[in-house]
Design a protein around this ligand. Structure first.
Ligand SMILES: Nc1ncnc2c1ncn2[C@@H]1O[C@H](COP(=O)(O)OP(=O)(O)OP(=O)(O)O)[C@@H](O)[C@H]1O
Length: 437
């Protein structure tokens, strides 16, 4: 059996929301990284991926469960586990060489050896000759090479990478990723296990032996996907395209409800609404309805056509699914009959369909509408709903979720909103109809 490098059992973590209430970000996470594997961790924004990585790096403690590296409990950063950050995290006043030597200094390595090892690592990372440069003199891609060199120079047993390529342009990110895989696959580095957090499905499929998908609120491991294809992988091969499709499907799928509640299952009032707007929802729906897709599309192909990044497309797919306008299955997205009707409808009918779906499928919108109807004035301050959401979400999330509900609600003519007063109200015609009826 392969030896375990990192082992997490029943790990939980809560943070305090703005009003001091604890909010559980991770709950009962079990995960083992074994020798010889690259694992990619995917999940929606805010699902707790970085938190999990920081726990493994010993940068923050878990609240519950056990976290160990080669059988030893992790309570602080340990030699043997190194991390690469999205933001590069270089010291701007230190040279490239000094930045790379930092990790060795912390380990008490003598100056001569530090210099030698840093030189060799800079050479390996294609940075030979840049040792004396300051970070600001380098391009983003080269800066991240420094960040990676600083982690690798310590000869880490385990390398943790937190969206290490996402701040780079696509080509630069791909180049760097390929270089790291070459170092790994050729055995040029002593690292025995790599864990990468990513937003990018293609990146995960190109790199990993295993993909783990984290669900949100609280973060739990929702699915695991093994990729049994030798590296280097060809991104254009049918095999890799199929894998990307399947992972797309897993990512956009809402967790399957228990069969008994299939018809009635609805998210909670405090469900974190997907961060997308009506414009994007309409645009993606139209793209899907039009040729060449005519109602059904392969997700990566739709992504190419839409020219939107995954971070914007995923929430939009989720919104379409939530509202019953489209369904995602196995790497495809298909319009439902109602979604088809929506696509063919004029503006007024679109808004009506949207409003009805909102009331049926988004409990927060239904709650706002019901509370407004119960008020003689038909108006309510938005604070009330912010407070309601803050019972489960942190302040910023609560505000964002309400903002989305308000935008959707206005479009669906379910309620109106006075921006200056921060007041929600029933649409005028509802109040008139109630007064006369
Ligand atoms: N120090 C902290 N104090 C309070 N809340 C925090 C703290 N760190 C993270 N959180 C919250 O925990 C949740 C998970 O954050 P985390 O950064 O781990 O998610 P993520 O999946 O990495 O997101 P992203 O993909 O956007 O980077 C978020 O709601 C975040 O706001």
């Amino acid at each position: 059996m392969k030896k375990s490098l990192l082992d997490l059992q029943g790990v939980s973590k809560s943070f305090r929301t703005a009003d001091g209430a604890p909010r559980r970000v991770l709950d009962g996470v079990n995960f083992t990284l074994v020798e010889g594997e690259i694992v990619a961790l995917l999940g929606k924004s805010g699902s707790g991926k970085s938190t999990l990585l920081r726990i493994m790096a010993g940068l923050i403690p878990a609240d519950g469960g056990s976290v160990s590296y080669r059988g030893r409990s992790i309570v602080e950063p340990v030699d043997g586990v190194a991390m690469v950050f999205q933001s590069f995290a270089l010291f701007p006043w230190l040279t490239v060489q000094q930045n790379v030597e930092l990790g060795l200094e912390a380990q008490g390595v003598a100056a001569d050896e530090r210099q030698q090892r840093a030189d060799a690592m800079l050479e390996l990372m294609g940075l030979g000759g840049f040792g004396g440069a300051l970070p600001r003199e380098l391009s983003g891609g080269m800066r991240q090479r420094v960040g990676i060199a600083r982690a690798l120079v310590t000869n880490p047993d385990v390398l943790l990478m937190d969206e290490a390529f996402s701040a780079l342009d696509v080509l630069t990110g791909e180049g760097l990723r390929t270089d790291i895989l070459e170092l790994w696959d050729s055995g040029s580095i002593p690292t025995r296990g790599i864990l990468v957090v990513s937003h990018n499905i293609e990146e995960a499929v190109m790199m990993a032996d295993r993909i783990i998908i984290l669900s949100s609120d609280p973060g739990r491991i929702r699915s695991e996907y093994v990729i049994d294809v030798p590296r280097p992988r060809n991104v254009d091969s049918a095999q890799v395209r199929t894998l990307i499709d399947e992972v797309y499907g897993l990512m956009t799928m809402r967790p399957a409800p228990a069969p008994a509640v299939l018809a009635t299952v609805a998210p909670q009032v405090d469900y974190r609404l997907p961060d997308t707007d009506v414009g994007r929802i309409e645009a993606v729906l139209e793209l899907l309805a039009d040729p060449p897709f005519l109602g059904r599309a392969d997700l990566p192909k739709l992504a190419d056509e839409a020219e939107l990044p995954d971070e914007e497309l995923f929430p939009t797919y989720e919104a379409l699914g939530l509202l019953g306008l489209a369904q995602v299955e196995k790497g495809d997205i298909a319009l439902t009959p109602l979604g088809q009707r929506f696509a063919e409808a004029g503006q007024a009918l679109r808004q009506e369909i949207f409003g009805q779906q909102l009331l049926t499928h988004v409990p927060l919108a239904a709650r706002i509408r019901k509370d407004l109807e119960a008020e003689p004035s038909g108006t309510l301050k938005e604070e009330r709903f912010i407070q309601l959401l803050e019972e489960a979400l942190e302040a910023e999330e609560a505000e964002r979720t309400l903002e989305i509900a308000i935008e959707w609600g206005r479009y669906g003519e379910v309620f109106e909103y006075d921006f200056n007063a921060g007041v929600l109200k029933l649409p005028d015609e509802t109040i008139e109809a109630e007064a006369t009826g």
